[in-house]
Design a protein around this ligand. Structure first.
Ligand SMILES: *[C@@H]1O[C@H](CO)[C@@H](O)[C@H](O)[C@H]1NC(C)=O
Length: 379
């Protein structure tokens, strides 16, 4: 049922950014999560950095000009499962990489489950910087976030393998406003966008999840990306004030998440957002997504974001390129740096993309890097 059609979903500017980042790689794969209340779709883009023909059997010359995007509408009603047609239209797979598509999350018919026993956050000594770049609308008394690794998931049935004895996982999210992990992990609700009816349900869902133990809230998902929340910094600032600010002090509030694209995307988009906020947006941490760069650039991006905005950093989506063992080596290295090197002590939480088949899940178990993310100590 899986379409193998290769469709480019990422703007040319992002492709150029990624290609430029790793000129030695003839082919780069960028994982994208298009996520709705009920489904995460993994999209792939093949980038040829050296002009070589892509290995794809795609009928679409997708490397530069993105194909018209199938509407993958985040639906506000978890009851409605997307059709295969919608899923297949949105799935983009690299022909050279045996990554399985992300399965739609099981549908929770009536009442979305509330995480039963929220994990008590571990207090940390992370100082929350204040001052320049801050858009906190006055004295944030938000509780500290637990530091550590989290699971980005769609299918809650896949999570138990990450949560065995010695697991380092302490939180979870699923791009939706309510969680169904049934795992006891702290859940972080996400508003996602101002479209698709999300504002109608946000206030009640955020309140419900905070009452159930959520310590943090996510704002909009990649508003700098035209296929994600796709919002101007100005619109996102106004909407963030309206929908996120009311929870200031009740939960730790993230900025809208941004890609690591260049130009008007990524950190530049976030800079514009902070400017548009004019000090009036609740923002306890910066929310980053980082794909397709080597570990040194990954780590440098974290430092740059921290220096630009003077706030703690969460990385809520990231992915490395390469074989399973190459990805594992890169992940182990950044885990070690984030968790042991004081240079990166501003990083509070991070979640590898994602707990799904072909990525961190492999068969009945886990991929090497899935196992590393869940269980490895910093080396
Ligand atoms: C910590 O990070 C800094 C900045 O990247 C690096 O220069 C240093 O070597 C790192 N220290 C260790 C022990 O890895």
């Amino acid at each position: 049922m899986v379409s193998k059609t290769l469709i480019a979903l990422v703007a040319a500017t992002l492709l150029q950014e990624v290609a430029a980042a790793s000129p030695r790689h003839a082919h780069m794969h960028v994982k994208r999560g298009i996520v709705t209340e009920v489904v995460t779709v993994t999209d792939w883009v093949t980038v040829t950095a050296d002009g070589a023909a892509p290995t794809s059997t795609s009928s679409s010359p997708a490397e530069v000009a993105p194909a018209p995007i199938a509407e993958v509408a985040p639906t506000p009603t978890p009851e409605v499962a997307p059709t295969d047609e919608v899923l297949n239209a949105a799935r983009v797979r690299p022909s050279a990489d045996p990554v399985e598509p992300v399965a739609p999350a099981p549908v929770e018919p009536a009442s979305p489950a509330v995480p039963a026993a929220p994990v008590v956050p571990v207090e940390t000594n992370i100082a929350v910087p204040t001052g320049s770049g801050s858009s906190t609308g006055g004295g944030s008394s938000a509780p500290s976030g637990a530091r550590g690794r989290g699971l980005a998931y769609n299918d809650a049935n896949l999570l138990t393998r990450f949560l065995g004895t010695g697991s380092k996982i302490s939180w979870s999210y699923n791009w939706a406003q309510t969680g169904d992990s049934k795992s006891g992990l702290e859940f972080v609700p996400m508003m996602w966008s101002t479209g698709k009816g999300f504002p109608n349900t946000w206030e009640a869902n955020a309140k419900k999840m905070i009452a159930a133990g959520s310590k943090a809230l996510f704002s909009f998902n990649e508003p700098d990306h035209e296929e994600q929340a796709n919002m101007s910094p100005q619109a996102a600032a106004a909407a963030h004030k309206q929908y996120m600010n009311p929870f200031q002090g009740q939960a730790r509030i993230g900025t809208p998440s941004v890609t690591n694209g260049g130009g008007s995307m990524g950190l530049n988009w976030l800079q514009s957002w902070f400017s548009a906020c004019a000090g009036g947006c609740a923002a306890d941490f910066v929310n980053l997504h980082i794909y397709g760069v080597p570990t040194d650039q990954f780590l440098a991006h974290l430092v740059k974001a921290n220096q630009m905005f003077n706030k703690p950093v969460w990385i809520t989506e990231f992915g490395f390129d390469g074989s399973e063992s190459q990805i594992n080596d890169q992940l182990a290295h950044v885990i070690d740096q984030i968790e042991t090197n004081a240079t990166y002590s501003f990083v509070e939480r991070y979640a590898y993309f994602m707990a799904a088949p072909g990525i961190m899940v492999k068969g009945d178990g886990m991929s090497a890097y899935g196992n590393t993310f869940a269980y490895a100590n910093a080396v």
